[in-house]
Design a protein around this ligand. Structure first.
Ligand SMILES: Cc1ncc(COP(=O)(O)O)c(C=O)c1O
Length: 390
């Protein structure tokens, strides 16, 4: 029996870019003391108070089917949070609760792209993006950004491929680069979207992790609220990756259609998870800052360590839990560097090539291990690079 082309071609023609990661996991399973700089997962677990709220909700009966669009209280809470952070009038009718940001990315593209439509996105990119675009039948078209611009996109590069395209997907603060898009960058992107009638999908799952500058949601820019779908998630802001709770904020008509999609796909998010999310958001920015603090600290440690050597370059890491390091001075590709570092020092990093072609010759370090281990491994990485400098 033949499977659909859509599903058998989800990953495109190349490998999935996770070769080093899988090899590191295999070595770890075989007993090697691997230090993992690879995954975007906090080294703390979900706060016990949030788990208590989840437990209370489950015990009180929230274990049946929930409302497909999301519980009214959580939709209101998310809307209020968005309004408070961006100033854009937002009500519960603008919010769909989803099982995580990933499901939201899929649903958002499903809402705006027809089969065969061109969906634009920026390289380097979060690893699932091209597969997500293919999954809805769109044709992914990557636009390069450049290390010399700290991976800030140029509006004119987007404008060049925009004619005839349907949507543009952006992500700031960015995974994998740590770049936070400036107001000027986002203003330029907004103009291109309006000129070429593009839907903008803005993935803002790292919006609470900004170390330098500030997060601007492009939905708040003039004329953008009616063409922007914002992706949010509890995963990164509240260390709730396993709870699978996120959302889409969009014009009411988009949400109404997305509810039909949810009725026929996810059928909602568990009520006890939604209650926990509602509780977590109500704890305010103090909890969000507590969860972001280790990454802020490690980013400062990394800045100091990298300033003391000349081989490894640091792309300004203004947000998110990652560092993008330039290892081109070793003459190695990111992949060769990552493999050699794993074999020599048992340190696992992600090659920049896992995230497209724009970050070739770079590696991504996730700041997700404790401070001492983080500093020591980063120093070892720098020493390793120095011994290979050409
Ligand atoms: C940029 C970006 N978007 C979306 C997601 C999906 O997150 P979740 O589905 O856990 O909300 C991730 C996860 O790492 C991510 O890095």
């Amino acid at each position: 029996m033949k499977l659909s082309n859509r599903i058998t071609h989800l990953n495109g023609d190349g490998d999935d870019g996770w070769g080093v990661f899988y090899r590191a996991r295999k070595m770890k399973a075989a007993g090697a003391p691997i230090i993992e700089f690879t995954q975007g997962e906090h080294d703390i677990r979900t706060h016990p108070d949030i788990l208590d709220a989840m437990h209370r909700a489950a015990k009180s009966g929230q274990t049946g089917y929930s409302m497909v669009p999301g519980n009214q209280n959580l939709r209101e809470t998310v809307a209020a949070r968005v309004m408070q952070r961006t100033g854009v009038p937002t009500g519960p009718e603008n919010v769909l609760i989803t099982p995580g940001g990933q499901a939201a990315l899929f649903a958002a593209h499903h809402a705006v792209c027809d089969e065969g439509d061109t969906a634009l996105y920026l390289d380097p990119y979060y690893a699932t993006y091209p597969g997500t675009l293919r999954a809805v039948g769109a044709v992914p078209c990557a636009i390069q950004t450049r290390p010399e611009d700290a991976f800030q996109p140029h509006a004119q590069d987007i404008a060049r491929v925009a004619p005839g395209a349907k949507s543009l997907l952006i992500n700031s603060p960015n995974n994998p680069t740590g770049t936070v898009y400036s107001g000027a960058t986002l203003g330029g992107i907004a103009e291109v979207c309006k000129t070429h009638d593009l839907w903008l999908i803005s993935d803002e799952v790292y919006d609470t992790q900004v170390w330098d500058g500030s997060h601007v949601s492009p939905r708040s820019l003039p004329g953008m609220a009616e063409r922007t779908l914002v992706i949010g998630s509890m995963s990164k802001s509240h260390a709730m990756t396993g709870s699978r709770c996120g959302w889409i904020v969009a014009p009411q008509e988009v949400i109404e259609n997305l509810i039909n999609l949810a009725t026929n796909t996810t059928y909602g998010v568990p009520g006890f998870v939604q209650e926990a999310a509602d509780f977590a958001i109500h704890q305010g920015t103090a909890l969000e800052e507590e969860i972001a603090a280790p990454f802020r600290r490690r980013r400062a440690l990394a800045t100091e360590i990298l300033a003391a050597q000349n081989t490894v370059g640091l792309i300004p890491a203004d947000g998110a839990m990652y560092l993008m390091l330039d290892v081109r001075a070793t003459g190695m590709t990111g992949e060769a560097f990552a493999n050699a570092l794993l074999d020599t020092h048992h340190i696992a990093v992600m090659p920049g090539e896992s995230f497209g072609t724009a970050a070739a010759g770079h590696i991504r370090v996730a700041m997700t291990i404790d401070d001492d281990a983080f500093s020591n491994a980063l120093k070892t990485l720098c020493d390793f690079a120095e011994t290979h400098a050409v």
